[in-house]
Ligand binder design. Structure first.
Ligand code: GUN
Length: 290
């Protein structure tokens, strides 16, 4: 049976380290989170971010805007936060309502406060290996592998999914000449002719598809390390909420083949929030050097 990669525990270790750093800072880091509309999953994430920030001594301010908010109104809100010296970090919770263009909004956030790493300038810096804010979920995946002592250099990392938030930044990161990367990287997507033929070659398989239990045990090589980025709500009439959370990986069957696997929940999810806190602390530190 596979070892469990306990993202919750690793995230708590990182948060304990950050708490010490925050205590010694000359400034209280401040994160502003903007949530437009009432997406229930987004509301859960935003509350969780605020709770974690509070635990670490990081100030957080959540701005709730109605679902009818126009692009111009959101741009005005972002401009206020960009110009507010007491705010070090800005996160625009995705997805945004249909009337707002995501690209326009993400590029309006000051790159210095862009703790999601979604501004085109920060994406470009990541691509060429310059210091920047690394998107939180990909950063969390890399960190959980490193802290679980999984060797990455020389390995074949297969990423299933090419999203701008997870798959693409991960591919960039693991291809870099860096002690925690330097891997051979393959990105699979809906255009991949024979997905199983590729996933079976993975030493490290990362599922970031957004489809419940799409990766089956038969698609995983003996001894592979499997990281499940998916968080999908599936109906579960017997549960109190009426749904349960499952990943993109069929856990039980895959765990019989893998050497290590991250669960859902309790895997990548808590790591994403820990890395957001790390980026927020970094933004506050950078602000003192300017
Ligand atoms: N929605 C889903 N994932 C993310 C993320 O990493 N950042 C933001 N801002 N919104 C998200």
């Amino acid at each position: 049976m596979a070892n469990l990669i306990d993202g919750k525990k690793i995230a708590m270790d990182i948060q304990a380290e950050l708490k010490i750093i925050v205590k010694d800072l000359k400034v209280v880091p401040c994160l502003a989170v903007v949530l437009v509309g009432e997406n229930p999953a987004s509301q859960v994430y935003v509350r969780s971010k605020a709770r974690t920030a509070n635990d670490l001594g990081v100030k957080s301010e959540t701005i709730y805007l109605p679902k009818e908010t126009t692009e111009l109104e959101l741009l005005e809100q972002i401009s206020k936060l960009n110009n507010d010296d007491s705010v070090h970090a800005i996160l625009i919770q995705l997805p945004l309502p249909a009337q707002i263009k995501e690209g326009t909004i993400l590029n309006a956030v000051s790159p210095k406060k862009d703790v999601d790493g979604f501004h085109a300038v920060n994406r470009g810096k990541l691509l060429i290996g310059e210091d920047t804010f690394i998107p939180c979920t990909p950063a969390g995946v890399q960190e959980m592998l490193v802290r679980s002592h999984v060797e990455i250099p020389g390995k074949h990392v297969v990423i299933v999914g090419r999203s701008k938030i997870v798959g693409l930044p991960l591919a960039t990161m693991f291809a870099q000449k860096h002690k925690h990367a330097n891997a051979t990287v393959t990105v699979c997507h809906t255009g991949t002719a024979d997905l199983t033929a590729i996933t079976l070659q993975a030493d490290i398989l990362i599922a970031a598809i957004g489809k419940p239990e799409a990766i089956k045990g038969s698609m995983v090589k003996e001894g592979a390390v499997v990281i499940d980025v998916g968080i999908n709500r599936v109906e579960e009439p017997s549960s109190e909420k009426g749904y349960k959370l499952v990943g993109d990986v069929e856990f039980d069957e895959t765990a019989k083949h893998a050497s290590a696997i991250s669960p859902v929940p309790g895997g990548v999810g808590p790591m994403t929030i820990a890395m957001l806190m790390k980026n927020t602390v970094k933004a506050a530190q950078n602000s003192m050097r300017q």
